[in-house]
Design a protein around this ligand. Structure first.
Ligand code: PEP
Ligand code: MG
Length: 587
């Protein structure tokens, strides 16, 4: 009988293969009471297990293939740092002493405590870091049990679909080397490390399919649809034929899209478009080159602050920025200053090194001390980044983008700080681009409504629809329960976008969009109709967006968008017009 499972599709693509069930030995965490006398022995046992787990991680790190993405080694480094952190190396010892329980039970208690802490984090990226904590704790528990982390990739995995409870980054890399067709896991989320790697390695993957290992048997045929987040076990002959056809179609589509790499991005009525990339880590540059993007429209620098115990120094910022701008060979790099604070918190010692740790927890962090608000209140975080961006501007075309601006006074403060930093650099005889453009992310409704004021003072604007929609519609962008209200076509959202584009035009400055909407093929023609020509998105969406836009005529979509905004009052009406707008496809 065929069975269907659904989960979160984290890496697109269609895979067909035999199921390989990855079962790791159950870890024993039975709690035992200790006598006071046996506490030192138990502590020694735990310390030894920590040492073994550490050595295993070091061995894994040393065996990472040279051509693996750099994320892989940084994930392993993170696991080593976690293992060395007091939370895992000291706290369980304190629990053993205080509660007179065995090492396994102490680790389990600490796992639960950390689970609560991570679970309450607003930032979905940080919340999913509990997966890493669990991997690390499991490896210590296995070492306590005398077992080692199972070696992955030693079996013949070629063409199989791996079904596991969870996978480590090292597993995922091994899978690519062994040519697995795809993987499904019972746990994990869109932002887990495994998901990030699956995307960058191009392995179709679905996570969060609870209990799938209970129902699927080894060797059964599975079909995996990474776009829809759907797995079929033992599909009928008809289903299988259908999947094979779709798999072939997807490959052909990818190949076809590849032909657009050197095609000019110009609409049918001659409007020239700019399609640039959003990047988070240096490795994204490879993907950017594969699709021939027009430089970087958004470099989210928060990731430089994450997964590390300290705050990056000016020199560290500088080194990364110069490396990225040089790799762009003349194309522009738009560096967004750190958007830390609400949903991207500094953690551990990095937070302690700033005043963040000593501040009271915000009840509503998305509206709290975030982005430029945090940078202006903690200039020791901000100035090294400003200096590094300015210094790097001597090495290539760089623009600086400021997130979360709400008030003009924040713009004035930023510009003053930039001027002070410039003066110091001049005094130190350090080169920089005197004319480096400074722009604003327009992502707060108040800034959108007064965009003309921002446009008068700044060199460019970039629309951040992820936050603009969150704040306009009052829906927390990371809360699943209100996800159904997320509507980029809401008249209020469209009006704000139109206002921002028009404010930029009136002031004669460029306006880009770097929120997810700019790479969503359902909406890009609407944006074109609203007057947008500068789209920035994840590199893997660029060719599809180009295909959609170059088959459109701006004059036509402009009329359709005016009709949509004037007459379509219900979501159904809006979607009817949207379908019409998108019905014209390339020949
Ligand atoms: C946005 O808000 O649209 C945006 C691009 O910024 P981030 O998603 O990083 O908040
Ligand atoms: Mg934002």
């Amino acid at each position: 009988m065929s069975l269907m499972f659904t989960g979160i599709g984290v890496s697109r693509g269609i895979a067909i293969g035999d199921a390989y069930l990855l079962r790791r030995n159950q870890i024993d965490v039975t709690s035992r009471s200790l006598s006071k006398k046996s506490v030192p022995v138990e502590i020694r046992r735990l310390k030894r297990a920590l040492k073994i787990a550490r050595q295993q991680l070091l061995d894994t790190r040393d065996n990472i293939p040279k051509d693996a993405p750099t994320d892989v080694s940084s994930f392993i480094e993170t696991h080593i740092l976690m293992l060395d952190d007091d939370a895992l190396s000291q706290r369980p010892i304190e629990i053993i002493k205080a509660e007179l329980i065995n090492a396994e039970a102490a680790l389990q208690k600490q796992r639960e405590e950390l689970g609560r802490v991570f679970g309450s984090m607003e930032d979905s990226y940080l919340a999913t870091r509990i997966d890493d904590v669990n991997h690390v704790i499991d490896s210590v528990l296995r070492a306590l049990d005398g077992g080692a982390e199972p070696v992955v990739g030693s079996e013949n995995w070629k063409g199989q679909i791996i079904v596991a409870d969870d996978l480590t980054p090292a597993d995922t890399v091994a899978m690519q080397h062994h040519g697995v067709a795809g993987f499904v896991t019972e746990t994990g989320g869109q932002l887990s490390h495994t998901a990030i790697l699956a995307r960058s390695l191009g392995i179709p993957a679905i996570v969060g399919v609870s209990n799938i290992r209970r129902y699927v048997k080894a060797g059964e045929i599975l079909t995996l649809d990474g776009n829809a987040g759907m797995v079929l076990a033992e599909p009928t002959a008809e289903m299988l034929t259908n999947f094979k056809r779709r798999q072939k179609e997807t490959r052909l589509q990818q190949k076809e899209l590849g032909k657009l790499i050197d095609t000019d991005a110009i609409t049918l009525d001659g409007v020239a478009l700019k399609l640039s990339a959003n990047i988070e880590i240096e490795d994204d540059l490879k993907a950017l080159k594969r699709v021939n993007a027009n430089g970087v429209g958004l470099y989210r620098t928060e990731f430089l602050y994450m997964n590390r115990p300290t705050i990056p120094t000016e020199q560290e910022h500088y080194k990364v920025y110069t490396k990225v701008v040089r790799a762009l060979k003349g194309e522009t790099l738009t560096i967004r200053t750190a958007d830390l604070g609400a949903d991207k918190q500094l953690s551990g010692s990095a937070a302690a090194a700033s005043a963040v740790a000593s501040r009271p927890l915000s009840h509503n962090p998305a509206m709290g001390l975030r982005g430029i608000r945090l940078c202006l209140s903690e200039t020791h975080l901000f100035i090294p980044q400003l200096r590094a961006i300015l210094r790097a501007s001597a090495k290539g075309s760089i623009r600086m983008l400021i997130p979360m601006l709400t008030n003009i006074s924040e713009v004035e403060q930023c510009l003053q700080l930039v001027e002070q930093v410039k003066q110091k650099l001049r005094a130190e005889n350090i080169a920089f681009d005197e004319k480096m453009p400074v722009g604003a992310m327009i992502e707060v409704p108040a800034a959108a409504i007064s965009a003309h004021l921002f446009a008068e003072r700044l060199d460019f604007l970039s629309i951040g629809t992820n936050d603009l929609i969150q704040y306009t519609l009052a829906i927390d962008r990371i809360d699943d329960q209100v996800n159904y209200l997320y509507d980029p076509l809401h008249p209020a959202v469209l009006h704000l976008i139109k206002m921002i584009i028009e404010a930029g035009k009136a002031a004669g400055i460029p306006v880009a969009m770097c929120g997810e909407m700019a790479g969503d093929v359902r909406y890009v023609r609407i944006l074109l109709g609203l007057g947008l020509t500068d789209f920035s998105m994840p590199p893997n969406l660029i060719l599809e967006t180009k295909k959609t836009l170059i088959a459109a005529r701006r004059a036509t979509v402009k009329k359709q968008v005016i009709a949509l905004m004037a007459t379509a009052h219900t979501p159904e009406e809006r979607h009817r017009i949207l379908d019409k707008i998108n019905s014209v496809t390339a020949k």
